[in-house]
Ligand binder design. Structure first.
Ligand SMILES: C[S@@+](CC[C@H](N)C(=O)[O-])C[C@H]1O[C@@H](n2cnc3c(N)ncnc32)[C@H](O)[C@@H]1O
Length: 288
């Protein structure tokens, strides 16, 4: 899908004249190759929509059966947990249902990287950890699929992600940095954030949120972004708990971005975080 989309958007050979078959006055026609790309793109879009609707229906069914059980077993938290919690989707399933929306600067990680990130993050957590993923849905999905934590939260602008886990999703807009669930104030042990835009204003707003939700002493920040703004990052994320930033060993991989990305951690020893990520591709292979 995305390859087709990229080819249509960026192919240097796709000039307006090459779209038209002739100058005979007949209606303009796309050439066969362009039509094939368009067809593949539309098929992928339709598949994504179908899978998204299935996920939404599964969530709704889980909620309804949870409510029914609530009525039968009032305050039976053990049962509630078993039934209302749909099994977390995998990164592969997520990718089938959620296309990247480039207007929102959505560029998903590769599946091996997302899973590697999840494993590394779990080494920082206990079953009681509160962890928040800001602007990082693939990270949340991989983390929860590997080992579901009740204290994991996804704060995201794109409300499609409520379907992944309605109870753990919170709408978040970095343009309203002081708007977040009050229950998270000063309570978050680990934050993972991948800002949508590579500039100072975006990071300043996000840092404003982070300083309010991170636990003031034990809070840890993992910031994943482009190395092109590294200097600015050190100025913004400067004091505990958001800094000082240390560049980790994580080798960040996206499906569609060739920008040089990296990950920085705010805690002592963060330099070794993701140490084995260099062997990632050999272990698991690249998905694309
Ligand atoms: C660069 S992507 C990071 C995604 C990450 N690579 C992944 O695979 O999960 C940035 C994320 O920021 C979100 N976003 C876009 N505009 C936003 C806004 N105004 N406030 C908060 N998040 C926003 C996008 O929906 C997207 O998920």
């Amino acid at each position: 899908m995305s390859t087709a989309a990229l080819a249509i958007r960026h192919s240097p050979t796709t000039t307006s004249s090459s779209f038209f078959s002739d100058h005979s006055g007949s209606p303009p026609a796309l050439n066969v190759n362009t039509l094939a790309l368009l067809d593949a793109f539309l098929c992928d879009k339709a598949d994504q929509e179908r899978r998204f609707n299935e996920l939404a229906a599964e969530q709704a069914a889980a909620r309804i059966s949870g409510l029914a059980l609530d009525n039968e077993h009032c305050h039976d938290e053990e049962h509630e947990e078993e039934v209302t919690k749909p099994s977390p989707i995998s990164v592969a399933e997520f990718r089938l249902a959620f296309g990247e929306d480039w207007q929102l600067s959505q560029f998903w990680y590769t599946e091996p990287f997302a899973n590697h990130l999840a494993r590394a993050l779990h080494t920082l957590c206990t079953p009681k950890t509160t962890i928040a993923f800001l602007c990082c849905p693939t990270g949340f999905v991989a983390f929860q699929h590997l080992n579901h934590l009740p204290g994991a939260h996804l704060l995201e602008y794109d409300q499609r992600f409520a379907v992944v886990s309605s109870k753990q999703y919170t709408p978040y807009d970095l343009d309203e940095p002081d708007v977040f669930p009050e229950a998270l104030r000063g309570k978050v042990d680990v934050v993972v954030v991948d800002p949508p835009f590579l500039n100072e204003v975006t990071n300043t707003k996000i840092a404003q949120t982070l300083r309010q939700i991170l636990h003031p002493t034990r809070g840890k920040l993992l910031l994943i972004t482009s190395t092109s703004i590294e200097e600015t990052l050190h100025k913004i994320y400067d004091g505990t708990p958001t800094g000082p930033l240390r560049k980790t060993k994580m080798v960040v991989e996206h499906r569609q971005l060739s920008n040089d990305f990296a990950a920085w951690g705010s805690w002592e020893g963060a330099e070794d975080f993701g140490l084995d990520s260099t062997t990632l591709s050999l272990e698991e292979g690249r998905d694309n």
